[in-house]
Every structure is written in C-alpha cells, then in structure tokens.
Design a protein around this ligand. Structure first.
Ligand code: FAD
Ligand code: MLT
Ligand code: ZN
Length: 485
C-alpha cells in the first residue's frame, strides 16, 4: 500500500483550526490531541495489535455540527480521515493506515429518547453498546444486538459494520432494526434521516447504504433503533457432541422443538474450548472433552412454558444420542459462565501472540469442512506445532451456527507472513467455490478490501464505486472517509 500523495499532511494551521473548533489546546486527548504519542497509540492500534496507523491527530467532537465542520474542512483541504468508534473492529478498518485524522465518536454518547410503547431508542452514535442495552433494559427492553465486545464497541460502530452477534437468529440484522440515522457526509452536509417509523416506503432507503458501509460514505452521528421486549424467561444450555453431523441434527431439532423461543445457537469446536480454557484459566462446564460443543439460548415470556419445551427438547436429543452430555444453567451466574465459554474465544484466539481471523458465510453442510482442511494444511506444511519454533499454535472453529456463519481462527505465537500466505487467497477461493461470503459480519476493512471480488461480481463492485463517488466525489479511490475499501 502506498499513501495517496493527493492527501495533504496535517499542518500547524490545521491543528489551530481544530483546536479553535473543539475548544481545547491541550495535548491530552480531549477535543484535539496532537503529538501526544503515548496517548495516540490507542487511536492508532487495533484490538488485535495487527494493524497500526501513524495518525498525529485524533479529534473527539461533541456534536453533529462539530463533525460537520471537521468534515467540510477536511474535504476542502484534502485531509484524509478515519472514523472510529470503540475500536473493536476486527478487519483493520477502525485505525488509520497512514496519517489519516482519526475522528473518534466517544464523546458523542448521549441517549436522547426511549419510548417503551414503540420500543424506539434514539441515541448518539458513540453510546457504548452495553450502556444502550442497560438503558432499555431498565424498561424491560433489549437492544437487538449482543456481542462479546459490548463493553467497548459503540452503537454507531455496530451500525457502520452491520454487526451480527449472538442473537441475529432471533432479532435479525441492523438492516431490519435500524429505523433511522443521522450522518455527516464527506463534504460536511448533515443527512437527517433519523426516522422513527417502522414503515416508510417513500423512495430509496438511503440509510441502508450507511449500515455496513464501514464509514466509507459518511460518519453516522445518531441512530434510532427498534428494541424488542426483554424476555422474562431466559435459559442457556451447553452441550458436548460427537460430530459435526450431530451438531446439525441438534440445530434441526432446536428449530423444530424450541421454535419461537430459540434465541441463540452457537457452535464451538474442541480446540476453541481448549484454547479458551488455556487462555482464561476457567474451568469448562463439562468434565469430559467432546469434539464439538454448542450453546443454546431460549428466551420467552413464560417460564413454565419455556421449561417444558426445553425439557422435551433435552429428553429428545439425549434419548436419540444426538447430544452426548450437557448442562443447563441454574441461575444468572451460570448463564454468564456458559456464555463466557463462547464469548471468551475471541480473546483466547489472540492471547498467545496473534491471530488470523476469517469470518465466513458457508452453507451449513460444508461449514466445518473448512476447519478440517485448514488444520490438515497446517499439519502438513510444517508451520504448526507445540514448541516456539512453530508460528501456529492451533486452528479453531466456532461461530453463529444459526446464521451459517463460521469463525475460522488460526491462533499463532506471532504474526508471520508465511502463515498468511498459506491462508490467503486459499480460504477465499474455498469459500467462493461454495458460493459463500468472505465477510459474513466483520466487514471488509483493510484486511479484505483486495479480496471483495471473491464475493461480489464486477458489476456490483462497479456500482459500489459509483455510490462511493456520489457521496465522496473528491476522492476517486474511496479515501476521504476511511482508508478502507
Ligand atoms: P470500530 O471498530 O471503531 O469501527 C469499525 C468500522 O466502522 C471502521 O471501519 C470505522 O471506520 C467505522 N465506524 C465506526 N464508527 C463509525 C461511525 N459512527 N460512523 C461511520 N463509521 C464508523 N462483530 C460482529 O459482527 N459480531 C460479533 O459477534 C462480534 N463479536 C466481537 C467480539 C469481540 C471480543 C471483538 C473485539 C469484536 C467483535 N466483533 C463482532 C467486531 C466488532 O466489535 C464489531 O464490528 C463492532 O460493531 C465494531 O464497533 P466499534 O464501535 O468498535 O467500531
Ligand atoms: C464472535 O462471534 O465471537 C465475533 O464475531 C468475534 C470473533 O470472530 O472472534
Ligand atoms: Zn461473530
């Protein structure tokens, strides 16, 4: 990658403009920060310590008007920018690649309204997901997205990446739940589409372009989103299974017997659970090891009704030997520790050095074949082993079984080009041949921008570029908002 020389470097005049606008002349990260290299590290480095930019300046605006003025100024002066939420993204999109100005949304963190009759929440993009959920939770509602990074990711970042998470199977994607957005376009125009309507068929639904748009066409500053009623009865079960075939049977049965109360069906292989145990020191819920595990959650409004359904389901899957062993959480604490076995895998994957992450949609019958083939590949190429001489520690597979979404992770002791070469473009070719998607939920970011052709046709890519050009005519190459794509 080469820095596009059309983009200007930040000068003292630019810094003055930002300081005057945001009202801070301190080097501390507040309003404007400049040359505070220690503090800037947090804005430059991503969650996996894999991608690193060299920004000299991170801006933390407090209002849409400030974002608008920043964007207009940057557009007029050809300064490249990179929007940033909670910086939990996993594809290198949240940090600069070169010296792009970081526009960090964390100070735009107000919840504006929540109406518990309609379930509509209106909030700033910088609100942390956990806080949004706590807010609506106090009125018996639930934010329709949950994921392992909920303590630090922002709802604007969730919308910008169209994050999927642990309950998409039940509540659907952001494309269905987000009712409106307010966004600032590259030239500073404020696009007010903060609708609170469930239905609105008046012309193109422009907000959809921002959902999953990864900040390439504008900065989302507010969202309105439909939050469902929070279920009173929540049950979580964790199973051990003998084969991937049995996991598919269990999923089939869960859909059939748990029906409308099924709220999550997650897959974890033995290797992912062993790595989680090793990294966290936690005890696994089942004594014996099993080749596969799944976590099932039910959420409903009537405890007796749900328990009866769940018990029938358990009797069936145990009786038919679909499931080898299992445990059902008896209280909140157990619910959390069962979920931790699933949510803790992301951290475990990178705990021992680095991780190569693939986030893929694959037809269910073939979904786990890729993990087997990847493991074989590393068993045969001399890159995986038990000692420090080998870069690869293990190949793990887990993910959102209910959405046909596999997370294939290659956990390493260090980042190593040889490992990457063994994986790319091989993984993408494998997925493309099966008509899957090379990015099920994390987005393209920098990691996959070169590989988009494995999942989208030339015509589609051309139209995407035209859309980008429409919103951001200044940069032919998709650059002024984020270095992605
Ligand atoms: P960032 O990481 O800061 O940014 C992500 C992208 O969005 C960047 O391209 C950035 O430029 C852009 N962006 C951020 N805010 C805005 C804005 N306001 N306007 C325009 N563009 C913006 N993802 C899933 O889909 N499902 C999961 O289950 C899941 N689990 C995760 C678990 C862990 C432990 C971690 C670390 C990550 C996980 N992720 C998951 C990935 C990540 O958390 C999500 O993509 C999240 O939605 C990113 O939000 P963020 O605020 O951290 O955004
Ligand atoms: C998950 O489902 O845990 C996330 O998408 C993050 C990851 O892939 O590790
Ligand atoms: Zn995921």
């Amino acid at each position: 990658l080469k820095r596009d020389s059309r983009f200007k470097e930040v000068t003292a005049d630019d810094v003055k403009f930002f300081k005057d606008l945001l009202g801070s002349d301190s080097a501390v990260i507040d309003g404007v920060t400049q040359d505070a290299s220690e503090d800037l590290e947090a804005f430059n480095a991503d969650w996996m310590r894999k991608y690193r930019g060299q920004t000299k300046i991170a801006l933390k605006p407090e209002s849409t008007e400030q974002v608008s003025k920043i964007m207009k100024y940057c557009n007029d002066n050809l300064l490249a920018v990179n929007p940033q939420g909670g910086n939990t993204g996993l594809v290198g999109g949240s940090v600069p690649v070169f010296d792009e100005i970081v526009i960090n949304l964390s100070r735009m963190n107000k919840i504006h309204t929540f109406d518990d009759v309609s379930g509509v929440l209106v909030a700033d993009a910088g609100v942390i997901l956990q806080q949004a959920d706590d807010h609506v939770g106090a009125k018996s509602h639930i934010f329709p997205l949950d994921l392992g990074a909920k303590g630090s990711c922002q709802i604007g970042g969730n919308v910008a990446t169209n994050a999927g998470g642990l309950r998409l199977l039940r509540y659907g994607s952001m494309h269905g739940n987000v009712l409106g957005i307010e966004a600032v376009l590259p030239d500073g125009t404020i696009l007010d589409d903060l609708s609170m309507l469930r239905k609105n068929n008046t012309g193109y639904d422009l907000k959809q372009l921002f959902i999953g748009g990864e900040g390439t066409i504008g900065i989302i500053t507010k969202i309105s989103i439909l939050c469902p009623q929070r279920s009173q009865a929540v049950n979580v079960a964790y199973f051990g299974l003998e084969s991937y075939e049995k996991v598919q049977q269990a999923f089939r049965e869960a859909k059939k017997q748990l029906g409308e109360i099924l709220s999550a069906f997650e897959l974890m292989d033995r290797q992912s659970q062993a790595l989680y145990k090793r990294a966290s020191g936690a005890k696994l819920p089942l004594e014996a090891e099993h080749p596969f595990y799944c976590l099932i959650e039910t959420s409903g409004s009537n405890t007796d009704h749900d328990s009866e359904k769940l018990n029938n389901f358990l009797e069936h899957v145990m009786g038919e030997e679909i499931v080898t062993d299992g445990v059902v959480a008896q209280d909140e604490t157990q619910i959390h520790s069962l979920w931790a076995c699933r949510e803790g895998i992301s951290e475990a994957g990178q705990h021992f050095g680095g991780v190569y992450k693939y986030d893929l949609s694959i037809p269910l019958p073939q979904l786990y074949d890729l993990v087997n083939e990847t493991r074989e590949r590393f068993q045969n190429n001399g890159l995986m082993g038990d000692t420090d001489d080998f870069p690869v520690l293990d190949v793990i597979g887990y993910g959102h079984m209910g959405d046909s979404n596999l997370h294939l992770n290659v956990a390493t002791r260090r980042y190593d080009k040889q490992v990457e070469k063994a994986l790319e473009p091989w993984v993408y070719e494998w997925v493309s041949k099966r008509n899957g998607s090379i990015s099920a939920e994390h987005g393209l970011g920098l990691a996959k921008k070169e590989y988009i052709g494995y999942s989208r046709s030339e015509t589609m890519i051309k139209v995407m570029k035209q859309v980008k050009g429409l919103f951001d005519p200044v940069s032919e190459r998709c650059l002024i908002v984020a270095e992605n794509w």
